[in-house]
Design a protein around this ligand. Structure first.
Ligand code: COA
Length: 362
């Protein structure tokens, strides 16, 4: 390039830069508009919730006074349920504050995923991550059953510490993004991190030798259960996605419902098997705690396993009770998800069509 060419190039580039500046200005204005729209949506949601709570309280008072519910009131109750499901779905399109745990670990970085399809992808990745790690844990647990080699045991236990710790972070991100995951399942993974941490510092003594095999069997068993959970959860995810893409929602919602119960009836016996195993481990550890070589880790682990058993049992029974009692709520929740998804798909389709038409018109 000579001097003249350099200057000419620079002039050309400056013209391109003007274009970039215009696009960027438009982008910043749109961002500001988005911020304002988000704030308005949040205000409107608070307004809806406030006025709905007043109406719901009035309905409760009617109940207390023994006023019989006529058709209009029953319809109103249903409408409130529907509106709640829709508000939850609208809420998931808005950015959220990080929880305290995420703020401590990640700082105040924005982890909100505002697009439903990206949310599905994130959840799908989370399930796959659990599956892969469970497969590795299964192989290591089986290897440990046949090979008595301390470093191999430590590799497995260290993997468990890292795995559960990572799960707590991923689940907190899912929660920020509107997942209805129950507090106990998240706490369960915090406790599992502590359990694995204690196991890591349990010295290699006679007491450990006595417990080692039971523990490896347990890890192998829950890895298999994890595989079943993966099949159930990815089935749920796939069906929820399909629900948004179809038009006859009633039929697909019914289909979802019956599939969910079929999936659960297949999974539940194995889950209960896992909880009985946890109780057995607590009992084994209790017995080992009387061993002369037992260190402080043994009774603490016994209590933690007992705790896991009791709360798992309680939570799963509560989940089942809720699922059988509030099938109407589930229907509205599914309908709201399907409605939002079909809206997003329609927007995507429109964009795709526009993109296809634009080059032709040029
Ligand atoms: N871990 C992570 N997320 C869970 C979860 C778990 N154990 N249980 C439920 N969730 C999530 C669901 O994926 C769903 O997420 P979404 O709101 O993003 O769609 C939300 O929590 C609500 O789920 P819910 O409708 O209450 O239950 P479900 O039908 O999805 O699952 C069970 C029900 C019983 C299958 C599930 O809770 C489970 O597998 N529990 C057992 C876990 C366990 O005990 N593991 C140890 C084995 S020894």
């Amino acid at each position: 390039m000579d001097v003249e060419e350099c200057l000419k190039e620079w002039e050309d580039l400056s013209a391109d830069y003007k274009r970039l500046e215009t696009v960027n200005k438009e982008y910043v204005t749109k961002l500001e508009e988005v911020g304002e729209l988000q704030a308005t949506c949040m205000k409107e949601i608070t307004h809806q919730k406030y006025r709905m709570s007043i109406i719901a309280n009035a309905l409760k008072r009617f109940d207390k006074k023994g006023i019989t519910k006529d058709e209009r009131l029953a319809k109103l109750e249903k409408e409130i349920m529907k509106r709640k499901a829709m508000l939850h779905e609208i809420n998931t399109t808005l950015p959220k504050q990080n929880s305290l745990y995420l703020r401590i670990i990640l700082g105040n970085v924005n982890v909100s995923i505002l697009n439903k399809n990206d949310k599905f992808k994130y959840k799908d990745e989370y399930e796959k991550f659990k599956l892969i790690l469970s497969a590795i844990a299964f192989v290591l647990a089986v290897a440990n059953l046949y090979i008595d080699f301390r470093p191999l045991q430590l590799i497995l236990i260290f993997l468990l510490v890292w795995y559960y710790c990572t799960l707590t972070i991923r689940e907190s991100i899912l929660k920020v993004n509107g997942s209805r995951i129950k507090g106990w399942w998240r706490l369960h993974h915090f406790i599992s991190t502590i359990v694995s941490g204690i196991l890591l510092i349990w010295p290699q003594n006679e007491a450990w030798e006595e417990f080692r095999h039971t523990f490896m069997w347990f890890i192998a068993y829950i890895s298999v259960v994890q595989f079943m959970q993966f099949r159930y959860q990815s089935g749920v995810l796939y069906r929820l996605k399909a629900l948004g893409a179809r038009h006859n929602m009633d039929i697909t919602i019914e289909g979802f419902h019956s599939w969910m119960w079929r999936g659960l009836s297949y999974l539940l016996p194995f889950l209960f098997g896992g909880y009985v195993f946890q109780l057995y481990i607590a009992y084994t550890l209790y017995n080992i705690s009387f061993h002369r070589s037992a260190t402080w880790q043994v009774p603490y682990l016994a209590v933690l396993f007992l705790m896991l058993h009791c709360f798992n049992m309680y939570t799963i029974l509560q989940t089942l009770k809720k699922k059988t009692q509030s099938s109407m709520k589930l229907r509205y929740r599914l309908r709201a998800i399907a409605y939002r998804l079909s809206n997003e798909l329609a927007v995507l389709e429109q964009k795709w069509r526009q993109n296809k038409l634009e080059p032709k018109s040029e």
